[in-house]
Each structure stands twice: as structure tokens, then as C-alpha cells.
Design a protein around this ligand. Structure first.
Ligand code: SF4
Length: 503
């Protein structure tokens, strides 16, 4: 597919919209100055033109797929506030209209391709828009379905409730453990499988503890009492019990945990936990765990390279229950290879039957580097994922679960989303913080991304090296020194850093 941009350079957004209809393809982009210089291209192509005359801009899409063509246009006034953005949005809408006609696909998030649709909805609700107004506005401006706006509104309201009473200058501590016992076929994280990286773990734990102590010391006048602690990865429970306890003890000695609202350890892979390990981390202060089956169908588990059985999941879940955690989350994925809507529904019903506090339903994300990218059947899979997403929404709502966080990733089947559901007033606050960027997150460990929230729209980022080997071997210069410089800027600027100041 060739995409020709004429009179503008809105490549990023138009590429994202094109991918909603024609996933997993490479697009060739051509930029031309005027309609007279548009080349005659053979094969599938979209021509996206901005034509300026008499005080207005006309944004036009002219698309061809196979033998079929579609043309659509709209106008934007040159005096429109935020003129460039309005033109970009208009050309995306026209592209959406043409590609919908040619493919028969109508992505339910419309032309919204960003990660955090709820953030936009929350802003509009805060600005005083009512739900019916919001539904019409999102439909007209972004082509978002009523159902997705409704879901976002519910999520936004539940988030607000969950964040009530959270101190404005509080923070979450994120501890990155990027190791897993084996690699799932759909994974695109930087996680290292234990087989080849086992030898790194003891030194990784040492460096991690050093970073925790150092971070606490340098930030003690600003960030001393975390609201939440979150161990993510990877699979943190890949570590031995003693290693986990050592990290938890270091946190306890370095920070003031008296105001802690939740303390989570992802025990994602059922094959990494025992009752003893769970009991030990519970005694050390953790009150939430995640035990993730992804699916309870053995043939689907095998297809995605998870090396555990459904029975191991139930045993791990039971062990977590016995250990006495306040909340247990279970992750599921819709759209997995070899799964069917019936199989997905059966998994979901069995999970609901366990009555966990949180159920997170992800949509499979197709990663360029992962094995699933080779799948020639992505259109059919997208349809199946949509069906599963509907099933999840209906079953979970019927069972009394409420959506409390929602985000999207690149290349998700059918352009869908991931949704965290909770029941009984037990949302994961860290998840909301992280997604909606409402609070500072101080991250430690390889691939940890610290996000410093100075105000609602000002976020400073400090990223640690991605891989454990680099984290360990270049610890002094890439972790300690960079963090020292970045944190000093914050301290000296009395929170007045600019978005681009800290990298
Ligand atoms: S458990 Fe998660 S992080 Fe680990 S390999 Fe599987 S998908 Fe990747």
C-alpha cells in the first residue's frame, strides 16, 4: 500500500489509522507539494490531500484497494483554533470513511489510536460535558462508538473513586524484575528467560538493592512515603524467596511504608509460586498478587508457549487464597491462537467462579518480532477477538465487576484494548496511576521508567537501561550517575522541570 501525502506531513496519525484497516503491512509514504505532482501509482494506494483556497482548507482522501475506489472530503477554516491539529484529525476521518467503505471494517475506537482514551474522556467530563453530550461528541469528532464511550465514562468514574484521598505529591515505587522461567510466544517485553540468564540474578538483586537505597537517600526530602509498591516484570516470583525478601527488606529499610495503600507482587506465572513463597512475601508486607492463567485451555497454553497447566494455575490460586492476600488479580488474553469464543467464555466462567477481586482482560497484541506476526489469518482473528471482548464485557458486568482501568497497545487485534475489572471496591491503584499518569512513579531496576508528574500535563521521564546485563555492567554511569543528575535537577528546580528537561 502506498500512501501519498499532499500539502501536509501528517504521517504518524494517518499511518496509525491505515493500520486499523490493513494490519501487519508495510506502507510506502510519498510526500508531494501540490496535487499536480501526485504520481500515478499502480496497485493499492491512498492519496491524502490538503488543498487551501478562499480562507479554508479542504482535506480529501482518495483511496483505491484492488478495483474499488472511495473518495471523501471535509473543510477546515484557516482561522480554526489549533488549525494544524484540526486538519490532521479531518484527514484521518476522511481516511477512515474511505477505508471503511473499501474494507467493510468499522473500528469501534474510530480514529482514536492513542494508548489512553480514558484520559481524554476524563478531561472532557471534568470540563463539564454530560455523558449524552460526550457520546455525541466522541462519535462526531473521533467516530468512537457509543459503547466504547460508555465504557470509558464508567472507567473514568471508577478511577476517580479509587484515587480519592490519594495525596497529590505522593508516589508509587515500581520494582522491575525482568526475568521469566521461559518465553511466551506473544511476548515483546525485554524479559530474560532464566535458562540463559540465571547467573545474572544474584548480581541483579545486589544492584537493585543498591539502587533502592540510593534512590531513597537522594529523594528523601521529596518522596519518602510511597502510596503503592509494585513488583512487575517479567515474573518477579522467578526469583527465589530469599532474593524477594532481601529486596522487600531493603525497601522497608529505605522508605517510610506507614502510609502504604497497596503492595503488589506479580506472581504471573503459576509455575513460579509455592504456598511457602507466597506466604513469605505476604508476611513481608505484600497484600496483592497476580496469578495469571491467560487461558485455561491446555492446547492454547501450549500454542503460546506457556509451560504450565490449568491445574497448576488452580493450585497457585488456591495457595494465594490460603496465604491470605487482600486481593488477587488474574490476567486473561482474548484472541490467542487456537482459542475460540466458546473456549474463551469457558475460561472466563471458570475464573469468575473463583471470585477474584480483579480480572484483567487483555487483547492479544501482534508484535513485529514475535512468532505470531507470521499469522496470515489476522483479519479472522480480529473478528474473534471482538467477539471475545463482547463476551468479557457482558459476563463480567453480569457478575458484578466494574471496569477501573483501560489502555491500548500498538497492533492489538481489532484495535481493541486491555481492561482491568474489579469487584467489591478493590481496584489496583498502581495500575491507574501508571496508565493515567496522575502520580509520580519512581522505578528501579532494568527497564524501569520513572515518571515524574510535576502537574497534570507535565511528565519528566528517566529510563534505566533495558536489559539486565547492561544494567549490571554499566550500573555506575547509566543508573547511578544519570539518576543523580536528573534528581538533582528536580530538587534544585523545586519541581519546576519542563517536560523535555529530564530524559
Ligand atoms: S510471563 Fe509475561 S513477561 Fe514473561 S515471557 Fe510471558 S508474556 Fe513475557
Amino acid at each position: 500500500m502506498t500512501v501519498i501525502l499532499c500539502g501536509h506531513s501528517f504521517k504518524y496519525e494517518t499511518e496509525a489509522v491505515t493500520k486499523l484497516f490493513i494490519p501487519a503491512k508495510r506502507f510506502d509514504f510519498l510526500f508531494v507539494e501540490s496535487a499536480y505532482s501526485i504520481p500515478d501509482i499502480a496497485g493499492d494506494r491512498c492519496v491524502l490531500i490538503r488543498n487551501v483556497y478562499s480562507g479554508i482548507s479542504e482535506l480529501r482522501a482518495d483511496c483505491r484497494i484492488g478495483e474499488e475506489t472511495a473518495v471523501s472530503s471535509e473543510k477546515v477554516s484557516l482561522s480554526a483554533p489549533d488549525y494544524e491539529h484540526e486538519c490532521e484529525l479531518a484527514v484521518c476521518r476522511q481516511l477512515y470513511i474511505c477505508l471503511s467503505r473499501l474494507t467493510g471494517i468499522r473500528p469501534s475506537w474510530g480514529v482514536l489510536t492513542g494508548v489512553r482514551p480514558v484520559k481524554l474522556i476524563s478531561g472532557l467530563l471534568d470540563g463539564g460535558m454530560s455523558e449524552p453530550e460526550l457520546k455525541e461528541y466522541m462519535k462526531k469528532r473521533y467516530f468512537v462508538s457509543y459503547e466504547k464511550t460508555e465504557l470509558s465514562v464508567k472507567t473514568s468514574r471508577n478511577q476517580k473513586k479509587a484515587l480519592e484521598g490519594l495525596p497529590e505529591n505522593g508516589f508509587s515505587l515500581y520494582v522491575s524484575i525482568p526475568f521469566c522461567p521461559s518465553r511466551c510466544s506473544y511476548c515483546s517485553f525485554v524479559s530474560q528467560t532464566v535458562g540463559s540468564f540465571l547467573r545474572l540474578i544474584p548480581e541483579y538483586v545486589e544492584k537493585l538493592c543498591e539502587e533502592i537505597r540510593y534512590t531513597a537517600e537522594i529523594l528523601k526530602d521529596i518522596y519518602r512515603r510511597p502510596d503503592t509498591v509494585y513488583f512487575g516484570g517479567g515474573t518477579p516470583t522467578t526469583l527465589e524467596t530469599e532474593q524477594l525478601l532481601k529486596i522487600m527488606k531493603t525497601i522497608e529499610e529505605s522508605f517510610d511504608l506507614s502510609g502504604i495503600r497497596e503492595y503488589t507482587v506479580e506472581a504471573g506465572r503459576p509455575d513460579t509460586v509455592t504456598y511457602e513463597k507466597l506466604r513469605a512475601i505476604k508476611s513481608a508486607g505484600c497484600d496483592r498478587v497476580s496469578i495469571n492463567p491467560q487461558t485455561l485451555d491446555p492446547k492454547v497454553l501450549e500454542a503460546i508457549g506457556r509451560k504450565h497447566t490449568p491445574e497448576q494455575f488452580f493450585e497457585a490460586y488456591e495457595a494465594a487464597k490460603r496465604a491470605g492476600f487482600n486481593a488477587i488479580n488474574t490476567d486473561l488474553i482474548s484472541g490467542l491462537p487456537k482459542d475460540t469464543p466458546e473456549g474463551f467464555e469457558s475460561t472466563l466462567k471458570r475464573i469468575i467462579g473463583l471470585d477474584p477481586e480483579n480480572i484483567t482482560v487483555h487483547t492479544l497484541s501482534i508484535k513485529r518480532a514475535a512468532d505470531l506476526m507470521q499469522d496470515p489469518d489476522s483479519a479472522a482473528k480480529a473478528k474473534t477477538a471482538e467477539e471475545m471482548s463482547r463476551i468479557a464485557r457482558e459476563r463480567l458486568t453480569d457478575a458484578g465487576y466494574e471496569p477501573y482501568y483501560l489502555y491500548r497497545q500498538k497492533n492489538q487485534l481489532a484495535n481493541l484494548e486491555n481492561i482491568g475489572w474489579e469487584r467489591g471496591g478493590n481496584p489496583g491503584i498502581y495500575n491507574i496511576n501508571m496508565m493515567e499518569e496522575v502520580q509520580t512513579v519512581i522505578a528501579v531496576g532494568a527497564a524501569g521508567a520513572t515518571k515524574l508528574a510535576a502537574s497534570k500535563d507535565r511528565i519528566g521521564r528517566i529510563c534505566n537501561p533495558k536489559f539486565p546485563l547492561e544494567y549490571i555492567t554499566r550500573f555506575d554511569e547509566t543508573v547511578m550517575e544519570r539518576k543523580r543528575q536528573a534528581y538533582e535537577k528536580i530538587i534544585n528546580s523545586d519541581y519546576g522541570f519542563r517536560r523535555d528537561e529530564i530524559k
